[in-house]
Design a protein around this ligand. Structure first.
Ligand SMILES: Cc1ncc(COP(=O)(O)O)c(C=O)c1O
Length: 445
C-alpha cells in the first residue's frame, strides 16, 4: 500500500540532477538507482554510522549491503577514522616512501596464505588487472581463463567480443563497446564447480594460457575437492592460479577463502573490506610470481597514499581484535534463521541460503517471469519498512541483535505484501517503484 507520508523527493531530485551530468548516474553499477526500487528506495545517503544509513530525505535504515562490500567493521568506525585523521595531519602522500606501506605488506604476508610479496592498488578491478598483467608477464602467454566478476578492464570485457560470454558472470547484454577487437579470444569463461570444462579449456589452449583467475567462493561451498582440483590443473598445465578475493576476503577467514579451504593460489587479489571504506587494494602472491613485477611497468601515484594504507593497517588489526570472522558468522546464522522464519510465517516460497558469512535470498516462483517484479517489490517494501536489503548482503561488525530484530519484523511485512500480490495476482498493482534492471548474476554462487 502506498504510504503518502513517506517521501524520497530529494533522492529523486538528485537522481535527475545526476542524470544530466553523470553518464549512468552512478560510478558503480550496483549503486544505480534503477537497480534498486527506483522512486521508493533511497538513492542518496546523507550519512552512515555502524550498520545504519540516513538518506537525504531524513529516513533511517538498517543497511545490509555494507557499501556493497567495503564496510566490514561498520560505517564511520571510530578507531579507523581516528587513525586516518591522525595520519592526514602528518600528510596524506609524500614525494618519498612511508614506513606504513612496508608494515601493511608485512601484515598481509602474515595473514594471507598465498602472500610472500605484495603490491598495492586502489580498486578491486584495477588490482585484478595488475594480477593478470603479472601472470602474462611471468608466463609469457596471453590467454586468461576466468570464473566470476573481475571488474571493468579490457582484459576481462574482451570475453564479450565472443558472443555473450559474460551473460552468466555479470548480466546479459553487456556490449564490449570500446574494447579493442584485437583482444577477441584472449579471455574465456569457465563454469564454476565444473573441473571437466576447465580441463577441456586448458587442453584446447595448451601452452597459451597465462592464468586461471576466479572467485574462489561466494555464497555456496563448492563440491568437495573442487578448489584443490583447480589448483592441481593449474600446476599440471604450468598456469598461474589467481584467487579474486575482492568480495570474499576477510569475511569467512582473515586469510580469505584460501585459508578456509586450505588451497593456496599463486596470486590473490584483495580490496573492498581490506580498509573499511577507504580506497585500497592489494595483489599478493608467491615470490616466484611477484618478484618479476619489479621489471614490469606497473606504477601509479596514489597506490601507496597513507590514507588507504593506514585505514587498511588499522582495519586488519581491528578485525583481529574484534574477532570479526566469528561476529560475521554469528550475524549470518541469525540472519538466515530470521529470514527463513519470516518466509515460513508468511507462507512465501523464499529462502535464505548459503554460507553464514555471505548468504543470498531467493524466491522460488511458479512463474519465473515474475522474478523481477518480486525482487523489486522486496526492495521497495524493505525500504518502506526501514531496511536496505535486496537478494545479497554483506555483514559487518556493527550488525547487532537490534538490527536483526528490526529486520525480521520488516522482512515479514515485505514477504506478506509479496505473498498477497502472488495470491491475488496483483503484484504489478503493488509496485510503486520502477521495475529494477538486471542485477548481477553470479556464476560463482
Ligand atoms: C570478486 C570481485 N572482483 C572485482 C571487483 C571489482 O572491484 P572494484 O569495484 O573495487 O573495482 C568486485 C567488485 O564487486 C568483485 O566482487
Amino acid at each position: 500500500m502506498k504510504d503518502s507520508t513517506r517521501s524520497i523527493s530529494r533522492s529523486i531530485a538528485l537522481t535527475k540532477r545526476a542524470e544530466a551530468v553523470i553518464p549512468g548516474v552512478a560510478q558503480l553499477i550496483s549503486r544505480r538507482p534503477r537497480r534498486a526500487a527506483s522512486g521508493v528506495s533511497p538513492a542518496f545517503a546523507e550519512r552512515a554510522k555502524g550498520c545504519r544509513i540516513w538518506d537525504v530525505d531524513g529516513h533511517e535504515y538498517v543497511d545490509w549491503t555494507s557499501g556493497v562490500g567495503p564496510i566490514i567493521l561498520g560505517y564511520a568506525d571510530d578507531v579507523v577514522d581516528e587513525a586516518v585523521k591522525e595520519q592526514i595531519s602528518k600528510g596524506s602522500i609524500y614525494s618519498i616512501l612511508h614506513e606504513s606501506e612496508v608494515e601493511l605488506a608485512e601484515e598481509l604476508v602474515k595473514l594471507i596464505p598465498s602472500a610472500e610479496m605484495v603490491r598495492f592498488a586502489k580498486g578491486g578491478g584495477e588490482a585484478c588487472a595488475i594480477a593478470v598483467r603479472i601472470a602474462r608477464g611471468v608466463t609469457g602467454r596471453d590467454k586468461v581463463l576466468f570464473s566470476g566478476y573481475h571488474g571493468w578492464h579490457d582484459w576481462y570485457l574482451a570475453a564479450n567480443l565472443s558472443p555473450s560470454s559474460l551473460d552468466n558472470h555479470l548480466f546479459p547484454g553487456i556490449e564490449p563497446i570500446g574494447v579493442p577487437r584485437a583482444l577477441e579470444g584472449t579471455a574465456m569463461p569457465f563454469e564454476y564447480d565444473n573441473l571437466n570444462m576447465l580441463e577441456d579449456l586448458l587442453k584446447a589452449n595448451d601452452g597459451e594460457v597465462a592464468c586461471i583467475i576466479m572467485e574462489p567462493m561466494r555464497s555456496e561451498i563448492p563440491s568437495e575437492g573442487y578448489l584443490q582440483g583447480v589448483r592441481d590443473l593449474a600446476t599440471k598445465h604450468a598456469v598461474a592460479l589467481i584467487f579474486d578475493e575482492v568480495s570474499s576476503g576477510f569475511r569467512i577467514a582473515l586469510g580469505g577463502v584460501q585459508e578456509y579451504a586450505g588451497v593456496t593460489p599463486d596470486m590473490s587479489v584483495f580490496a573492498k573490506a581490506i580498509s573499511n571504506g577507504y580506497p585500497m587494494a592489494a595483489v599478493v602472491g608467491s615470490r616466484e610470481f611477484m618478484a618479476p613485477a619489479k621489471q614490469m611497468f606497473i606504477s601509479s601515484a596514489y597506490w601507496d597514499d597513507t590514507i588507504g594504507v593506514t585505514a587498511a593497517l588499522t582495519t586488519l588489526k581491528e578485525l583481529q581484535r574484534r574477532d570479526a570472522v566469528a561476529h560475521i558468522a554469528h550475524v549470518g546464522v541469525q540472519f538466515k534463521e530470521r529470514i527463513n522464519r519470516a518466509a515460513e510465517h508468511t507462507g512465501l516460497n523464499a529462502a535464505c541460503y548459503g554460507i553464514a558469512a555471505h548468504p543470498g535470498i531467493r524466491f522460488s516462483l511458479e512463474d519465473s517471469t515474475k522474478q523481477k517484479v518480486v525482487q523489486t517489490l522486496f526492495v521497495q517494501e524493505n525500504a518502506k519498512n526501514g531496511i536496505i536489503l535486496s537478494a545479497g548482503s554483506f555483514f559487518n561488525c556493527s550488525h547487532d541483535d537490534e538490527a536483526l530484530d528490526l529486520t525480521e519484523e520488516a522482512v515479514r511485512k515485505s514477504f506478506a505484501v509479496i505473498r498477497q500480490g502472488l495470491d491475488t495476482d496483483t503484484l504489478e498493482d503493488l509496485l510503486e517503484a520502477e521495475i529494477q534492471q538486471d542485477l548481477f548474476r553470479r556464476m560463482v554462487r
